[in-house]
Write a protein of this length. Structure first.
Length: 312
């Protein structure tokens, strides 16, 4: 049995080529997204040899009683695996054990159904669908449907004419963490496990902000940080936003940081035409907010569960 290793920032330089060459728009193909939640989902990785070179496998499970969930095998050259190949590779790592495949594309889900009829329970995972927007749309906020966003940004600028923006650096990360902790208390972190876990993930990300080569922008009003956001390039045409926080009592702060960061992305990465704002984790308020920005498409994801003990 091959040994899986916990994700470490020191693994980044080795892992990044596997993720980049896959050239996917899904957040599962971001090292930062995997790393920031690795402490919650106990995400680990292993490399296995193949005729074409090493293959990278990720697996996770939140509780020890849960079956392992695997990401499709990744080849450094970006080679796509057939359903037969992928399942065989993973089955060899979990002999006789139930497992699931996560982050599947619609195409991969279809191939699994065809290759293993009746052997996988496959379903879309709506809470993990990523929201994809043209960068220019988040900058301009044009049209009638996005008029409320423009109005809120105007309100913010009118209410807080002294607002300032700063790039996030080692000099202001401590302030961002303080703001995040205050936000968490305001939102009821102590009584909400999901928010508490998110707080830990945000801290984990900021502690390694430079090592993860992240970019970020913060928004000050009345002399304090009232919003911040963090992201990075994901693939050849898409930028991904990992974190966005704002104090809701500062009217328009969420909309302002969203637009200002989109402007930053457009200026610094003019070749990236989309922004992936990740999923809504099944939170209805977050879903409503992300839908209100009129995504151009959703990055759909499926999960497939296989239990050899109950299959013919």
């Amino acid at each position: 049995m091959r040994e899986f290793s916990p994700l470490s920032v020191t693994d980044r330089s080795f892992i990044i080529p596997f993720l980049k060459n896959a050239n996917k728009q899904s957040s599962e193909f971001s090292f930062t997204a995997l790393y920031m939640w690795a402490g919650i989902y106990n995400t680990t990785h292993v490399t296995v040899p193949s005729a074409s070179g090493p293959l990278l496998i990720f697996r996770s499970r939140k509780e020890e009683s849960d079956p392992y969930a695997y990401l499709y095998p990744l080849a450094e050259n970006g080679e796509e695996f057939s359903a037969d190949e992928a399942v065989q590779i993973i089955a060899d790592l979990s002999p006789g054990e139930p497992f699931s495949l996560w982050g599947l594309s619609e195409q991969q889900a279809g191939e699994l159904r065809k290759a293993f009829p009746g052997q996988f329970d496959i379903s879309p995972v709506r809470s993990s669908f990523d929201y994809l927007y043209p960068t220019s749309q988040l900058v301009l906020l044009g049209g009638k449907k996005l008029q409320p966003k423009r109005n809120l940004i105007s309100s913010f600028k009118r209410l807080y004419p002294d607002f300032l923006t700063e790039n996030i650096t080692a000099d202001n990360i401590a302030e961002c963490l303080k703001m995040n902790d205050e936000w968490c208390v305001k939102m009821g972190c102590r009584h909400n496990a999901a928010l508490s876990e998110e707080k830990c993930a945000v801290h984990r990300t900021f502690y390694h902000f430079q090592g993860l080569e992240l970019e970020g922008l913060l928004l000050r009003a009345e002399g304090r940080i009232v919003a911040f956001t963090v992201g990075e390039p994901l693939n050849s045409d898409t930028y991904i936003v990992h974190i966005e926080k704002a104090f809701p009592e500062y009217k328009g702060s969420y909309q302002a940081i969203n637009q200002l960061f989109a402007e930053y992305v457009q200026e610094k990465h003019p070749d990236l035409i989309y922004i992936n704002r990740e999923d809504d984790a099944g939170d209805e308020g977050l879903r409503k907010a992300k839908l209100s920005y009129q995504p151009v498409s959703m990055v759909e994801k499926y999960a497939g569960f296989f239990n050899p003990l109950t299959r013919p």
